[in-house]
Design a protein around this ligand. Structure first.
Ligand code: NYM
Ligand code: MG
Length: 218
């Protein structure tokens, strides 16, 4: 890191069972390198189920509570906003931040229910913008064969198919509106190969980023 650079903000997105959490952990240890004494990369996960809002989201996902579709959408967004200052602080300290899901999951999982795409995007406008978003692309049929979906809300092949359609729209828009890089990774491949393909894209950012951090969709 040079005196003027900051940490990179890297988001990993994809359907359930696309390998996001596995790849995020591999990436973090790669960024961290052998010197474990200094923190070079932190991993955050959305939803962050540990906060008060996160606990409400967790209960909803486990079908222990009900919310209006708009209300739960706003809680997912609020859960990102409550972590925004933490993200800024890490980046300013030169630490790379890896987020396992972000605003794009928020749009994809809510817009598929029929909520307006623009309405779904609105509450996340102004969040720290990722420098790079890795979309782990996998056929829902392939994802299903990976030990099956879990017991949570949304974890069915039909839902995942409709979520993927919205992700495709988001990817198209991200590629054309200069909002940082959106890179699709073939996540149906073997774990180590996926990790290598991810590293190829992340490596240039691993020593810090010189440009100032942007705000999402602003
Ligand atoms: N999810 C996640 C949403 O519906 N909106 C959001 O904003 C985010 C971040 O939560 N099926 C959904 C997608 C997942 C579920 O995430 C829980 P995970 O990564 O499986 O714990
Ligand atoms: Mg899941």
């Amino acid at each position: 890191m040079t005196a003027t650079s900051r940490g990179a903000f890297i988001v990993i997105e994809g359907l359930d069972r696309s390998g996001k959490s596995t790849q995020a952990a591999i990436l973090q240890s790669r960024l961290q390198g052998p010197e474990q004494s200094t923190t070079k990369a932190v991993l955050i996960k959305f939803p962050d189920r540990t906060t008060t809002i996160g606990k409400m989201i967790d209960a909803y996902l486990r079908s222990q509570s009900e919310f209006d579709d708009h209300a739960i959408h706003l809680l997912f967004s609020a859960n990102r906003w409550e972590l925004a200052s933490t993200i800024y602080a890490h980046l300013a300290a030169g630490t790379t931040v890896i987020a396992d899901r972000y605003a794009f999951s928020g749009i994809a999982f809510s817009a598929r229910k029929g909520l307006s795409y623009d309405w779904c995007r609105a509450p996340d406008i102004g969040l720290p913008a990722p420098d790079l978003t890795l979309f782990l692309n996998v056929e829902p049929g392939v994802a299903r064969t990976r030990g099956g979906y879990g017991e949570e809300r949304y974890e069915t092949e039909d839902v995942q198919r409709s979520v993927r359609v919205v992700f495709e729209r988001i990817g198209e828009e991200m590629k054309t509106d200069g909002q940082g890089q959106w890179v699709e990774i073939d996540a149906s491949r073997e774990k180590d190969l996926v990790a290598r393909n991810i590293w190829r894209v992340v490596e240039p950012l691993s020593r810090g980023v010189a440009s100032s951090l942007r705000k999402l969709w602003e």
